[in-house]
Design a protein around this ligand. Sequence first.
Ligand code: DCP
Ligand code: CA
Ligand code: CA
Length: 374
Amino acid sequence: MAVQQADRIIMHLDMDYFFAAVEERRRPELKGRPVVVGADPKEGKGRGVVSTCNYEARKFGIRSGMPISRAWQLCPQAAYLPVDFTMYRDASEEIMNTARKHARKVEQVSIDEAYMDATDVGSYDKALRLAERIRQEIRDSQNLTCSIGIGPNKLVAKIATDMKKPDAITTIKPDEVRQKVWPLSVGKLLGVGKKTAGRLREMGIRTIGDLAASDVSMLMAELGTMGYEFHQMANGMDERPVEEYWEPKSISREVTFEKDVNDANMLTEMLGQLSREVHKEAIDSSYSFRTVTLKIRFSDFETHTKSRTINITNSYELLAETAKELAKPFLTGRKAIRLVGVKASNLVYNYGQKSVGEFMAQPQQETSHLPDNF
Ligand code: DCP
Ligand code: CA
Ligand code: CA
């Protein structure tokens, strides 16, 4: 029987024109002028891209990710500033600390963005008041504005944030998904990029409502498991939890033999069994993985670990085969083995269902040239 998840209230917070806003705060004389943060424009000959720009610059058509030379063409009179990542990260930390004061669970998902689980406040009215307090406190303590979305899950909360910006709070209750989300373009859904949007358009699907009304088996025939996932999302379904710590996770099993083992067949069989258990946990918790690690400890406690990174997968065969291959050099019979272990890491959460879609590897679309640690 499927477990019915309790109704949740999720908030999504996103800072307004973040890098440029922090720059405006440092130099108030910039306020009201177009401000572009990014590569040096070198009077239009610069290479590199726009990180972000304030809303005045957006009126000229400047956007994140655009070549800086193009931005210069559109608006040479803007203030062009280099990226000062340390300063933005400091501001980000303060903002996340403010959020943590108010919400029991906070999951930071990028430098200027976080989900909060506000289920325990009990109602959408109270969640709205909480969001107002958070927005006010960020404004008072940081002198920066943010936008907050409130909804029954991460997906809807994020769509809510994007509906009204800057400096706004938007609520989408479960019974408002139809009215507020369905008219939006499919491109608003996680994982629907230009290419997929184009394919959907060819199928006559433009809005999220069109997608929700489409036949799911037809979508799956066209798009595979992604078709199923998009259909779920279009119907406002998203079970992903708010996870407080974004720690690199792994799933592992190991066994210490009662008596040291020297029989390669028996060891190979044990690796198969351990892989079976690791695989089951990965599937049960909707994870795929990229890295397989083998651990071997000999009778004299000499211990080795060996890892291999493969294409993202949730296949038992690939896991077991990789573990066995990694073990081969150790199964020479030279020394008896005391312990073997198998670990799957580099986990990727499978949105919605237990399948692998390419979009899972890129849950965020805004990482263009941020350093790797963000
Ligand atoms: N960023 C970047 N390169 C991109 C996109 C974003 O360097 N292609 C950086 C600069 C942004 C920050 O990440 O300030 C946050 O990105 P957002 O997508 O949230 O955009 P902004 O906060 O700048 O604007 P908005 O008010 O639309 O959220
Ligand atoms: Ca933002
Ligand atoms: Ca953001």
